[in-house]
Design a protein around this ligand. Structure first.
Ligand code: SOE
Length: 407
């Protein structure tokens, strides 16, 4: 085992002007990002340590309360004000998908770098407009990133490294499941993630998008075509309750409103390099809290990952002596592994919030070295196209072959 380096705060950040960030949105993702902007320079060296100068939310009282909790001095109640401000370098979009395009386009036009939560948009048309604007802005040195945070999981990054090194050989199977259970209770209240107008789609865009991105990124192949089915198990839910949170259960008899998105999506896929894929996304897998899983089988080896054991990667090396073959569990917490050398000594392990810290570290590094953002809007548009293809395929019910019943 390699001993980790000592934890070092940002070495040079104090002397340089900070990278000033406006976070739009203060619910789950806004908090995750605020935590990350603050924490990243404490562990990852940066020339311009980031500083969140303003938090944006429509409701002044709630935004102020969130800003106080997150130790952000200033608030705005209109994102346009944040985009106009001279003391903001980065617009960090943590709002529901229906606002991503408008905010990102305005921010890019104002010369601000953009970090936008996933999925990039609610439609391919919006994602295309955002990508075109990002490409134009890039000619002036303005950068755009999409927040597919799971790319920053050390174990998934190690899986990608193994694929890139050729350890898996020719990739044949990609198997991705993203299983959550916070909607299993039919009385869990409505929130924006269940509203097609706001979210674009349901399990597909919220969590399936992560699987699509991770599968394409780790395998190094793009999805060329899909065959899909989607389903909504509970078509109305209590209006009372968690405006921001997930899950919960409303009192019996509460007034209900419609669920307008999919609860689950399943699809098969063909990849550009010849692999075939099987995908499943659901928020109804009771007992699976955040089982974001990816398994890839190649001609020379396999990798398997499950976020519920996020510090581990299963690896099978087909070149091992046959008598000793088997999946081995790599504890991806050593200094030789992606990101981990910046953290705790001798492999103490990481958690969900740390992915966002890595995301900030990568965003800042790309800005400081003027290297291409990863993932950029173009890659996120490619994910959007897959989501669209899945919805189109699922809508073509004629492609669904009915099985005859034995009498
Ligand atoms: C809710 O399903 C959610 O918060 C997603 O929106 C996030 O992208 C994922 O990281 C965790 O689950």
């Amino acid at each position: 085992m390699t001993e980790s380096t000592e934890v070092q705060p940002s070495s040079t950040g104090a002397e340089s002007a900070p990278l000033r960030v406006a976070i739009i949105g203060h619910a789950f993702m806004g908090v995750a990002h605020a935590h990350a902007w603050r924490t990243a320079p404490r562990f990852f060296p940066m020339a311009r340590a980031p500083q969140v100068t303003v938090l944006v939310g429509r409701d002044e009282v709630r935004t102020r309360a969130a800003a106080d909790r997150l130790e952000i001095d200033q608030i705005e109640t209109d994102w346009r004000r944040a985009v106009e401000r001279d003391d903001v370098d980065v617009i960090d979009i943590c709002t529901p998908g229906d606002t991503h395009a408008e905010i990102a386009l305005a921010a890019l036009a104002a010369g601000k770098h953009v970090l936008c939560e996933k999925p990039l948009a609610n439609s391919v048309a919006e994602a295309e407009a955002m990508t075109a604007a990002a490409e134009k802005a890039a000619t002036e040195g303005v950068r755009s990133f999409c927040g597919f945070s799971y790319r920053r999981t050390p174990a998934l990054a190690l899986a990608k490294r193994f694929v890139d090194e050729g350890r898996l050989g020719e990739i044949r199977h990609v198997r991705a499941q993203y299983l959550q259970d916070w909607l299993s209770d039919a009385d869990a209240p409505l929130n924006w993630r269940l509203d097609r107008e706001k979210a674009g789609s349901g399990a597909l865009g919220d969590i399936g998008a992560h699987s699509v991105d991770a599968a394409q990124w780790v395998s190094g192949q793009l999805i060329d075509g899909v065959s899909a089915m989607m389903h909504t198990f509970v078509d109305s839910r209590p209006l009372a309750g968690t405006a921001e949170g997930l899950g919960g259960s409303a009192a019996a008899g509460a007034e209900r409103g419609p669920v307008t998105v999919d609860d689950a999506a399943a699809f098969t896929a063909r990849f550009s390099g010849g692999a075939i894929g099987v995908f499943e996304a659901t928020r109804f897998a009771l007992g699976r809290r955040n089982a974001n899983r990816l398994e890839i089988n190649g001609s020379a080896g396999s990798v398997a990952f499950d976020f519920e054991q996020m510090n581990q990667l299963e690896y099978f090396d087909g070149r091992d002596d046959q008598a000793a073959q088997g999946f081995r569990t790599i504890q991806v917490t050593d200094a030789v592994h992606p990101y981990t050398d910046h953290w705790w000594p001798v492999g103490h392990g990481l958690g969900y919030g740390d992915l966002f810290v890595h995301q900030v570290a990568d965003v800042v590094a790309a800005l400081e070295t003027d290297t291409a953002p990863r993932p950029d809007f173009g890659e996120a548009l490619q994910v959007q196209r897959v989501l669209h293809a899945v919805e189109s395929s699922a809508a073509e019910s004629s492609r669904y072959t009915t099985v005859a019943r034995t009498a």
